[in-house]
Design a protein around this ligand. Sequence first.
Ligand code: PRT
Ligand code: ZN
Length: 225
Amino acid sequence: MSNNKRLRIAIQKSGRLSKDCQNLLKQLGVKLNLREQRLIAHATNMPIDVLRVRDDDIPGLVMDGVCDLGIVGENVLEEVQAERRNSSASFAVKKLAKLDFGYCRLALAWPQELGAQDKQWFNGKRIATTYPEILSQYLERENIDASVVMLTGSVEVAPRAGLADAICDLVSTGATLEANGLMQGDTILESNACLIQNQELADDDKLALIDKLMPRLRGVKQAKE
Ligand code: PRT
Ligand code: ZN
């Protein structure tokens, strides 16, 4: 558990979610000096510390109580939860809100020259992905007997490089699939960034601060609609 009296929020240090996270904190009235390349930024007007880390570390930091809150893509949250379910580590978190940024979908794709394919085509095939747990659950659900090739990056080049027959990757505009001659198939998961809270958080002051921030968050979301 975090023994710090200040509310700790984990956000992505640099990447697709970082600007939106910083803007959201600003809109919630949290004043931060993020110019310095520090791991922890202290809010100047509220008892809040912001930890800037890799997105993959955010669910675990919140699940283990190192941070009280975190902002992360649902894709990463689901993958880490599934990973941890297989071990003895805690995996429960409270999802406080689905946020209106970071939208993407985790979808299957294969070389365009193969043309349209149905689910059965994947039997006996190798599928490259950064989300082996989510993909394995899908394959099991759909009764598809394919093997999963775990890659941490450049998944879209796997078929061309002969590492896999197909891929399962995040898509937003579809330009990356297009540029790599891949055809998009089923969507396995739709994802937005979300705000998560440590399940066991019991500090009254921190809970009161979260209660104060949540109506502001709803206000920010409504203002955009
Ligand atoms: O360094 P760190 O580990 O923190 O960052 P990262 O490189 O792992 O993640 P990052 O910054 O790329 O993405 C962070 C989160 O943004 C993801 O976990 C998703 O929740 C969300 N997100 C939204 C996306 C995309 N859209 C997205 N398009 N994450 C990745 N992509 C990639 C995708 O993997 C593919 O390579 O963009 C490419 C496809 O984009 P289109 O527009 O060409 O379809
Ligand atoms: Zn990452």
